[in-house]
Design a protein around this ligand. Structure first.
Ligand SMILES: [Zn+2]
Length: 251
């Protein structure tokens, strides 16, 4: 017989936070693993209940959808993975502490911060990654080109008699130049692909309610939403609203 490892003392067992964080069982629950104190668990559940009231009822549709939501066409291409976005909401109010007792308590911008997985297809994933990696590759390419140029001209008499910092300045200058060009090309690429896909999460028509409810992307970028592309959800049984009467770990 398999022995169920269940934390029997957990004060938030059978509460909404248990179904959210503990959806893969107590052994995999971050509240259980991080040794969170019992009163803090209760507090986490209180916050989570507020977070849930701010979520649209179809919040689970975004990851349960079998078709991509980043495709402009509907229905989108078949799902191959998830774009996980750090979604933030101002509620519940959270006060930033005073520093050494000085200053007044300030309301922080982020009261709730959740991973928000959205179904993505192979095509949209490829386009997003290409735009995402462009800057990185251009920095790398700039370094290589710069190095080649510096090495090539190092034998020139004018370089040999100039101050020693000149090759370094030249290298940095070429790197900056290629990096700027890469950023510009990346923007062009996003513009081109935008005819077929949404690069910004709140451009997806289905996210309108999230937007109206006050959700925003934590530390977002300009041209495209900052997101992590993964083949898996944050948890196997990840769900914002679980109707399953059984609790994680129940036989
Ligand atoms: Zn797609």
């Amino acid at each position: 017989m398999e022995v169920q490892k269940i934390s029997r003392k957990c004060t938030v067992k059978h509460t909404p936070i248990c179904k959210f964080l503990g959806s893969d069982g107590c052994e995999k629950c971050s509240l259980y693993n991080a040794n969170v104190k019992e009163y803090e668990k209760v507090k986490t559940n209180e916050i989570w209940e507020v977070t849930q009231t701010n979520l649209p009822h179809n919040a689970d549709m975004f990851h349960e959808s079998e078709t991509c939501l980043f495709c402009r066409k509907r229905p989108g291409n078949p799902k191959v993975g998830y774009a996980v976005i750090d979604m933030a909401h101002p509620d519940p109010p959270y006060k930033k502490g005073m520093i050494f007792g000085l200053g007044s308590l300030q309301r922080a911008d982020v009261g709730s911060l959740i991973p928000f997985p959205i179904a993505i297809c192979r095509e949209c994933r490829r386009k997003y990654r290409l735009a995402e990696n462009f800057k990185f590759y251009s920095a790398l390419l700039g370094f290589v080109i710069g190095l080649i140029v510096v090495l090539a001209i190092s034998q020139w008499e004018v370089i040999q008699y100039s101050p020693t910092y000149i090759p370094m300045v030249l290298l940095l200058f070429i790197m900056a130049l290629v990096y700027v060009a890469g950023g510009w090309l990346s923007k062009k690429l996003i513009k081109k692909y935008s005819a077929e896909m949404y690069f910004r999460v709140f451009d997806i028509p289905e996210t309108r309610e999230m937007d109206e409810l006050g959700w925003f992307v934590y530390r977002d970028e300009q041209e495209k939403t900052r997101m992590l592309i993964s083949s898996k959800k944050p948890r196997k049984n990840f769900k914002f609203f679980s109707n399953d009467p059984r609790q994680p770990g129940d036989p």
